[in-house]
Write a protein that binds this ligand. Structure first.
Ligand SMILES: [Zn+2]
Length: 281
């Protein structure tokens, strides 16, 4: 699997000189499977850049196919959709798996974003590509897409919930767990069970603990939660992700440094998610 980061920021795009090194786009990660499939996780503004890069290959010729896993439908996870060039090319095929309980509910939410009051696209029906929306159940669920087994786990995220995903291929596993709101006691047993033994655990690292304290109702993790989850689940590598929009690159450096110091004694590597970078497992 090759895992590439296209948007790593939380809540709202935060471009500018203070965020150039890690990037200001919101959540989007691509996974190219060893067997040649493409899985896209979340459709934040980073999706636009992924789309532009895909246009150089099969997607530019209307011969591309991908599964899209959607954790939840907050703005920073769906706003790239209307600017994703491959959906405007006939012949491309996308299957979107996400929350909502039913395909009709999820499609209606995504359609709402295209309303003329919010977008010049007006409706999802203006996409030329095939765009199938499927729902993932409200409990643990497994889907088969792009030739790999993907399991999903629904977890609390402030006033709502979000899905985490686990992709398994050839004995390697990649877990994507963004926008995770734990109780004050930290990662829960069901979280740790879902993350257990992951080759790579990408985990919400939105806050420093002191900022989480005053914003706990928003439903995000601190980097300490991410480290605790990695240790308890015995993950091979922690990827920090979904940095707070107000944090500069220097702030993120500090978070990454603190995670490295915490996880080194446990033999767990820390890799910060950074726009344009890729890891292979
Ligand atoms: Zn988010």
């Amino acid at each position: 699997m090759r895992i590439k980061f296209w948007g790593v920021r939380g809540s709202i795009p935060a471009p500018g000189p203070e965020t150039n090194r890690y990037g200001g786009n919101t959540s989007c990660v691509s996974v190219h499977t060893a067997s040649g499939g493409l899985v896209i996780i979340d459709m934040g503004t980073g999706l636009m850049h992924l789309g532009n890069s895909l246009m150089a290959g099969a997607f530019g010729k209307g011969k591309g196919r991908a599964a899209v896993l959607l954790s939840h439908t907050h703005w920073d996870h769906i706003q790239g959709l209307g600017f994703f060039a491959p959906v405007f090319i006939a012949g491309n095929q996308f299957t979107v798996w996400g929350p909502g309980g039913s395909p009709e509910v999820l499609e209606a939410i995504l359609e709402g974003q295209m309303d003329p009051n919010f977008s010049p696209l007006q409706t999802l029906k203006n996409f030329s590509a095939r765009f199938d929306v499927r729902a993932i159940g409200t409990g643990d669920a497994t889907v088969e897409a792009e030739g790999v087994a993907i399991s999903a786990w629904l977890h609390p995220h402030g006033a709502t919930t979000a899905l985490a995903f686990r992709i398994e291929e050839a004995g390697r596993s990649f877990v994507y767990a963004s926008d995770v709101g734990y109780p004050e006691s930290g990662p829960t047993d069901d979280a740790i069970a879902f993350f257990r033994g992951a080759t790579v655990l990408l985990h919400d690292s939105t806050y420093r603990p002191e900022d989480q304290t005053t914003r706990r109702n928003r439903g995000f993790s601190s980097y300490e939660d991410a480290c605790a989850a990695a240790v308890a689940a015995r993950a091979g590598k922690l990827v920090t992700f979904h940095y707070d929009q107000d944090y500069s690159d220097d702030d993120v450096d500090e978070i990454v440094g603190a995670c490295k110091a915490k996880l080194k004694p446990h033999g767990i590597d820390v890799v910060p998610a950074r726009e344009g970078e890729e890891i292979a497992i």
